[in-house]
Design a binder for this molecule. Structure first.
Ligand code: R5P
Length: 291
């Protein structure tokens, strides 16, 4: 009998199938129907046999609907297995990990409570926004990194004197890891985000990037605001091409257009969120961690 059964939610069905193949485990499909009033109806196509059940579902937009789908699937399958694990490749709400302004709610903590109440025994996620967010979930949780597989992709690309750049100091450790794996150097810019308007500014002074190909490394790209500001700043300092390497490409609204207009040559992301830029597969990283 297989040790695992993998169930894919609507947001992560392709990645879930890949994980099931790697784990040599049965895969169960789900269906989601949205009613005209916005409510969703979720159906699992099969009842899992006795095994550890892994529900794979990212909580990218539509965030709350994808989260509810994950909760619903877990709540159903915990009747058939005492070990239900949630693989949440992209963990939404992880940026709401502290009270930045008075009165703000630490929503990632609420997400943790909901997952626990639904029956999740363990969470596996990829490049969660912060260690604090992982702690706030208050369920046994593991975070794996996509940096190695991203670097593998970049190693195959022809780059001129590459330099890794983190758009903010918070991403310094990530950029350092990326640059060590790529065997090059890195810098981290100083970014300021207005907590009320969300507007981003780069505060760094002059940086030495002349004639170098740059790789902006981030955990996620959402509106593209951080990448656009960083690219405009770096282009002024006469760098060569700018590439973006990120784990989670949310690319909301016209983010791709804004990023391209700022002068970015290419965005490379992973399949934690499917899309045009998702060139790097994380199914091996996830299945190795589950084994
Ligand atoms: C922030 O600290 C994150 O690491 C990302 O840089 C940020 O969330 C990206 O958001 P946006 O694309 O909207 O600037």
């Amino acid at each position: 009998m297989a040790k695992f059964t993998v169930i894919g939610g609507d947001a992560s069905s392709d990645l879930a199938k890949r994980i099931a193949r790697k784990l040599k485990s049965p895969y169960i499909k789900t269906e989601k129907k949205i009613f005209p009033d916005g409510e969703s109806k979720i159906t699992i196509n099969q009842i899992p046999k006795k095994s550890i059940v892994i529900v794979v579902q990212s909580t990218n937009p539509p965030v709350d609907s994808n989260l509810l789908e994950l909760l619903s699937i877990v709540s159903k399958v915990q009747k058939f297995s005492s070990k239900v694990y949630a693989v949440i490749p992209y963990m939404g709400y992880a940026r709401q990990d502290r009270e930045f302004l008075g009165g703000e709610i630490i929503t990632i903590g609420v997400v943790g409570k909901l997952l626990k109440a639904a029956g999740v025994k363990k969470i596996l996620t990829v490049d969660i926004h912060s260690k604090l967010a992982l702690k706030e979930l208050k369920i046994p949780s593991e975070n794996v990194s996509a940096m190695e597989v991203l670097v593998k992709h970049f190693k195959k690309m022809k780059m001129k004197d590459p330099l890794v750049v983190s758009p903010d100091l918070g991403g310094k450790e990530r950029a350092e890891r990326f640059s060590n794996l790529l065997k090059t150097d890195f810098i981290a810019l100083r970014k300021h985000r207005d907590r009320k308007t969300g507007k981003v500014n780069i505060l760094s002074g002059k940086v030495d990037v002349k004639n170098r190909d740059l790789i902006l490394v981030d955990d996620m790209v959402s509106t593209g605001g951080s990448i656009v500001k960083a690219t405009q700043f770096l282009k002024k300092q006469k760098c060569r091409r700018v590439f973006v390497a990120c784990t989670h490409a949310l690319l909301v609204n016209d983010a791709t257009k804004k990023i391209k207009n700022a002068g970015v040559t290419q965005i490379i992301s992973t399949n934690t969120i499917p899309g045009e830029s998702a060139k790097v597969d994380v199914s091996r990283v996830i299945s190795d961690a589950l084994r």
